[in-house]
Ligand binder design. Structure first.
Ligand code: ADP
Length: 548
């Protein structure tokens, strides 16, 4: 005996089930309706089988409870139509006298169960509970199959990251589902105007109504069905929103020739969830590619600017400096003093042009190194002497720190590394207030493990013998977000209009370039308001291949 189940213990999914009762006998209709409503179901009832068919076309039901013999459309015909609309709809027929022939036909039309009239409420309840349970199981199974199918289909979306190819791929997959020929994608690719992409290159253009539908769907994120004019054809269309994780990325409009059954609509909606994720990846990839090519163009312009400027300025400046020197030697005061200042400025300009030329050579990998064995202490002393007057001008203390007995000899291009250290020292003096401290320090170390831990930095130095030189200051410091960027060409922390200190923003790019051609590394640690430390690591023995 089946265990009886009170209405209050109905499966939650069952209690929300929608049931359509169809019987041309008003009393029977009423009997079933009130019994089922009492049990907690949502019931729609009609005495007309044609009206029942309309209901089925307009709204989803979980179960149809139908009489067999009815005028207009018999229960068996209704069953056949209902099955076409929803293949897993539960259908129970109710009949007084049923011939074997009729039962056989009912079964072949896909009925789920049968109730022989007259029946008790309890009998009705048990049958309904049972067929709804079967339907739930079938729906779960179908869902699982759909998910597997969806996964198979949507895996095709991962083949490409090109937006046009992706749109064509989505259309190809959807064609299998709803036999649509065309797809129109409205995508918010960037902040500028949204882009319209076609699934097929030969698609007809969209008319105003189609375009507005796409925009509305993208805006409201609600699907809609429509009849739409596409070229010479009036087609059935379905417009679906595209969103990823709640972020609206646009909409898509398909035409279709297969009827959009609830199952197909559900499958299409699911498919568009995968498609939206894939389109979003392609969209982001496109954005990154476009930004990248803009950056590359900007980079090319910078290189061109450096090349042209350094080349075009060098000759006229050499002539100006030559004559200024001649005049300076011959002139008497006060003209001699004016010419001295003119020469000073001319030499500063010359230094900038030198930086540009050196940087250009580094970038073109045309830097020739003259490697020699160098005494680090000696080199450091030379660099300190180069900048001593600058530090004196700001009443700063310039310290030189090393343990002579532990200091190694290194193989490097002396002039180029002198340029590196002088540049770092000049920056340290420039960005440290009056009365501050600047310290040049060196040490040698055999690096055993990767990475090399230095303060809060982890640097990927090859194991081996390295010489380290650091320039430490008590200056303004560099914000964390900018510590990498200051090594880019022309990058300066304060913008050119507000900054107090001069400079071109080329110094550190050149420092990095010159250190890199020595197979070395340079990095900075800094705290705003406290000061910065630039550290240069150079291999003690530069490979033979780098020697000219
Ligand atoms: P420049 O000094 O000519 O502006 P650099 O390439 O040498 O160009 O330096 C780039 C930027 O890095 C500087 O403009 C400055 O903002 C920052 N910077 C460099 N060295 C220091 C330092 N020691 N302390 C603080 N900021 C620094």
């Amino acid at each position: 005996m089946t265990e009886q189940q009170p209405a209050s213990r109905l499966d939650v999914r069952q209690s929300h089930a929608a049931i359509l009762v169809v019987d041309d006998d008003q009393a029977m209709c009423h009997y079933c309706t009130s019994a089922l409503r009492h049990l907690g179901y949502h019931v729609t009832a009609t005495t007309s089988s044609l009206a029942a068919l309309d209901y089925l076309r307009q709204q989803p039901f979980d179960l149809v409870l139908t009489d067999i013999k009815m005028p207009q459309l018999s229960g068996l015909d209704l069953t056949r139509h209902a099955r076409e609309i929803d293949p897993i709809l539960a259908i129970v027929i109710m009949s007084g006298q049923t011939s074997l022939e009729m039962l056989r036909e009912a079964v072949s039309n896909g009925i789920t169960s049968y109730l022989s009239k007259p029946f008790e409420v309890e009998e009705l309840r048990l049958t309904v509970t049972q067929v709804l349970h079967q339907r739930t199981m079938m729906r779960d199974k179908l869902r699982l199959e759909t998910v597997v199918h969806q996964l198979r289909l949507s895996s095709a979306f991962n083949y490409t990251l090109s937006l046009p190819e992706m749109c064509a791929e989505i259309l190809r997959v959807v064609q299998e589902e709803i036999s649509g020929r065309w797809a129109y994608f409205l995508l918010n690719v960037d902040d500028a105007a949204p882009r319209l992409l076609f699934g097929h290159p030969d698609q007809p253009p969209l008319d105003t109504a189609g375009w507005q539908l796409l925009q509305q769907t993208a805006l409201k994120q609600l699907p809609s069905r429509t009849r739409i004019q596409l070229g010479a054809e009036l087609c059935d269309g379905v417009c679906l929103p595209l969103s990823v994780g709640g972020q609206n990325i646009g909409s898509v409009l398909f035409n279709h020739t297969q009827p959009l059954t609830p199952a197909r609509a559900e499958s299409l909606t699911l498919l568009m969830k995968h498609a939206a994720a894939a389109l979003n990846n392609a969209r982001l990839f496109t954005q990154v590619q476009e930004a990248n090519s803009r950056l590359q163009e900007l980079d090319r312009l910078k290189s061109e600017f450096i090349a042209i400027t350094s080349h075009e300025l060098r000759t006229p400046l050499a002539i100006v400096l030559g004559y200024a020197m001649l005049l300076h030697d011959q002139a008497d005061p006060p003209a001699r003093e004016y010419l001295r200042r003119m020469l000073e400025s001319g030499h500063r300009l010359n230094a900038i042009i030198d930086d540009m030329t050196n940087l250009r050579q580094v970038e073109l990998r045309q830097t020739h190194l003259t490697i020699e064995e160098v005494d680090l202490a000696d080199l450091m002393q030379e660099c300190v002497t180069n900048v001593q007057s600058l530090a004196d001008g700001k009443r700063q203390t310039l310290n030189l720190k090393y343990d002579a007995s532990a200091l190694c000899r290194v193989h490097l291009d002396r002039d180029k590394i002198a340029l590196v250290l002088t540049s770092l020292l000049s920056n340290a003096i420039k960005f440290t207030p009056i009365g501050g401290d600047v310290t040049l320090q060196a040490w040698c170390e055999h690096v055993e493990t990767v990475p090399y831990a230095h303060g809060d930095q982890a640097i990927a130095l090859n194991p081996g013998a390295w010489a380290f030189i650091s320039v430490q200051d008590t200056g303004i410091g560099i914000p964390p977000g900018q510590q990498r960027r200051i090594f880019e060409r022309f990058y300066q922390v304060a913008d050119s209009l507000t900054r107090e200190n001069g400079g071109t923003g080329l110094g550190l790019a050149l420092v990095q370039g010159l250190v890199t051609v020595h197979n070395g590394h340079v990095w900075v640690t800094s705290q705003e308001g406290m000061g910065s430390t630039f550290t240069v690591a150079l291999p003690q023995n530069v490979p033979q291949s780098l020697m000219s």
